[in-house]
Design a protein around this ligand. Structure first.
Ligand SMILES: Nc1ncnc2c1ncn2[C@@H]1O[C@H](COP(=O)(O)OP(=O)(O)O)[C@@H](O)[C@H]1O
Ligand SMILES: [Mg+2]
Length: 295
C-alpha cells in the first residue's frame, strides 16, 4: 500500500460501524469539521462524512437538512438522502449526487451550452423557491446571524495599519434585531461549488451550514456574491443572476429582514477579505467599498 493510501485509510472507522459494505474508498477532502470520503457500496457511490466528535451537532443538523431536502424535492431535481447516521461516532453516510459543480460547469461551458445552463439556473431558482414555500413560517431569525455580525464587527475593530484605513471606507453600524418576521430554511452555503448539474437536472450538496431559522434571501445574497466573484464577463453574470431570480419568482421580503442578511454577508465578506493573507483580497476591499451600497 502506498503511503498516501495508508494515510487515507487511517480514519475509516465507518467501515466497522456501518452495516453497509464499502470498496474503492477515496478521501475527497478534509475541512476543519470533518473528513469527506467517497466510496462504493453495492455498486452505488456514496459519500461518508466523518465528523470530529466535538462537531456532532453539525452532523445532526446536516442530516436533518438532507432529510428535509429529500422529502421536499421531486424528480425534477437531483436527490440526496441520508443512508445511515451515527452521531455518537460522528459518521454520516449519504447518497452521491451525480454531475459536476456549477462552478466547473460555468468555467467549462462553451457558447452552445449556455442556453442549457441558464435553464439549469432557472430550475435552481425554482428549487430554492420550493424549499422556501415549504418551510416559510413566522418566528425569530436565529441568533447565530446577529452573533456572527457582532463577531465580524469586533474583528474589524481589531485591525491595524493599512487595514484599519481600509475598513474606514466601510460603514460599521449596529444592526437592529427584529422580534418576529417571516423565516425559512436556508442552505447556508449556496455557492456554485455546492450546486451539482447532471444533464438537465440540478441539485444541492453540503448542508453543513443550513439553518431552519434563516431566510431564502440569505441564499440568494450568497449566490449573488459568489457569482460576482467569478472570473466571467459582466454580461454573463447578469444572465446567470437574472435566471435565478426568474426561477425564484416574486418575493415579498420586509426591508428589516433584508437588512439583516445583507449585513451578515457584508461584514462577513469584509472580515474575510481584510484578514486574508492575499494582497489581492486587500485590493478587493479597496475597490469594492461601493459594492455593498445597499447597507
Ligand atoms: N452528496 C454528495 N454527492 C457528491 N459529492 C459530494 C457530496 N457531498 C460532498 N461531495 C463532494 O465532496 C466535496 C466536499 O464536500 P462538502 O460537503 O461540500 O464540504 P465542504 O464544506 O468542505 O465544502 C464537494 O465539493 C463534493 O465534491
Ligand atoms: Mg462545499
Amino acid at each position: 500500500m502506498k503511503n498516501k493510501d495508508s494515510r487515507e485509510m487511517l480514519n475509516t472507522k465507518f467501515m466497522e460501524i456501518s452495516s453497509m459494505s464499502f470498496s474503492d474508498i477515496k478521501l475527497l477532502k478534509k475541512n476543519p469539521y470533518c473528513d469527506i470520503y467517497q466510496a462504493k457500496s453495492s455498486d452505488e457511490l456514496v459519500i461518508v462524512k466523518q465528523y470530529a466528535l466535538q462537531h456532532q451537532n453539525l452532523l445532526i443538523d446536516e442530516a436533518k437538512s438532507i432529510k428535509l431536502y429529500h422529502e421536499t424535492i421531486n424528480d425534477r431535481w437531483l436527490d440526496c438522502r441520508v443512508l445511515e447516521s451515527f452521531p455518537q461516532y460522528g459518521i454520516l453516510i449519504m447518497s452521491f449526487v451525480p454531475g459536476i459543480s456549477l462552478s466547473q460547469f460555468i468555467y467549462r461551458s462553451d457558447k452552445t451550452q449556455k442556453e442549457q445552463m441558464l435553464e439549469n439556473i432557472f430550475s435552481l431558482g425554482k428549487l430554492l423557491r420550493l424549499l422556501y414555500s415549504s418551510t416559510e413560517t413566522v418566528g425569530s431569525i436565529d441568533n447565530f446571524f446577529y452573533e456572527y455580525i457582532e463577531y465580524c464587527q469586533q474583528k474589524l475593530g481589531e485591525v491595524h495599519g493599512i487595514r484599519k484605513y481600509l475598513v474606514q471606507r466601510y460603514k460599521i453600524k449596529k444592526v437592529p434585531s427584529i422580534k418576529t418576521s417571516t423565516i425559512s430554511f436556508s442552505h447556508g452555503d449556496f455557492v456554485p461549488a455546492n450546486i451539482h448539474i447532471s444533464d438537465s437536472s440540478v441539485g444541492l450538496i453540503d448542508f453543513a451550514n443550513s439553518n431552519h431559522r434563516g431566510h431564502i434571501i440569505n441564499d440568494l445574497i450568497n449566490f449573488t456574491i459568489a457569482i460576482n466573484n467569478m472570473f466571467i464577463s459582466k454580461k454573463w453574470k447578469k444572465h446567470i443572476l437574472n435566471a435565478i431570480h426568474e426561477g425564484v419568482g416574486e418575493l415579498a421580503i420586509s426591508p428589516q429582514v433584508k437588512n439583516i442578511f445583507y449585513a451578515f454577508h457584508y461584514y462577513r465578506w469584509l472580515m474575510l477579505n481584510i484578514n486574508s493573507k492575499s494582497p489581492f483580497a486587500l485590493v478587493n476591499v479597496w475597490q469594492n467599498a461601493q459594492r455593498f451600497s445597499w447597507i
